[in-house]
Design a protein around this ligand. Sequence first.
Ligand SMILES: Cc1cc2nc3c(=O)[nH]c(=O)nc-3n(C[C@H](O)[C@H](O)[C@H](O)COP(=O)(O)O)c2cc1C
Length: 190
Amino acid sequence: MMKLIELIHKNRSYRRFYQEHAISMDDLRTMIEAARLSGSGRNLQPLKHILSNTPALNAQIFESLGWAGYLTDWAGPVEGERPSAYIVQLLDASIAATPYFDPGICAQSILLQAVELGYGGCMIGSFKPDALRTILGLPESLTVVLVIALGKPKEEVVIDPMVNGDVKYWRDEQQVHHVPKRGLDELIIG
Ligand SMILES: Cc1cc2nc3c(=O)[nH]c(=O)nc-3n(C[C@H](O)[C@H](O)[C@H](O)COP(=O)(O)O)c2cc1C
């Protein structure tokens, strides 16, 4: 059993995957269970989810996503290294006009559950909302809030101490992905 801090450490943003490694609907539903049990502002629970694990729908969703803005010479994962599943997080406006902090809380629960199941993923806030609306056939009342890309990670991600406030992640010659994090004392005032 992994300690929580180990699980959080392992829960990096992964963007390259073994695309042929499928994720079952059962596993995706277990991830939504983790979201279901998470906190919710005013306990409104206004988030809905669309689960995708078929190559055809995955391919359509992939086209509407923006990957790793800081890696300017990388257009995103190539065919064969793309996510094998997606969870599209939606706000149901008939329940709440704004989701407050629920999307982040639920997305983190989903990803932690994914890591425990042996997967990894990436929250994607950079997506084409109109394209996704059409692809998913969304009614007016539902709006995409966040897309969570999932798969069996095919990349190594390491955390580095941040130097000179440079927040940009980068990749070395071995294609290891480096994520700078601020030091603990920088996050605590006083
Ligand atoms: C709300 C949110 C939206 C994000 N959107 C994107 C995105 O559109 N594309 C992407 O490649 N990464 C996205 N990320 C991943 C961040 O770049 C990543 O969390 C950051 O580089 C730190 O790396 P780490 O998750 O491994 O700690 C997003 C992360 C969060 C929390």
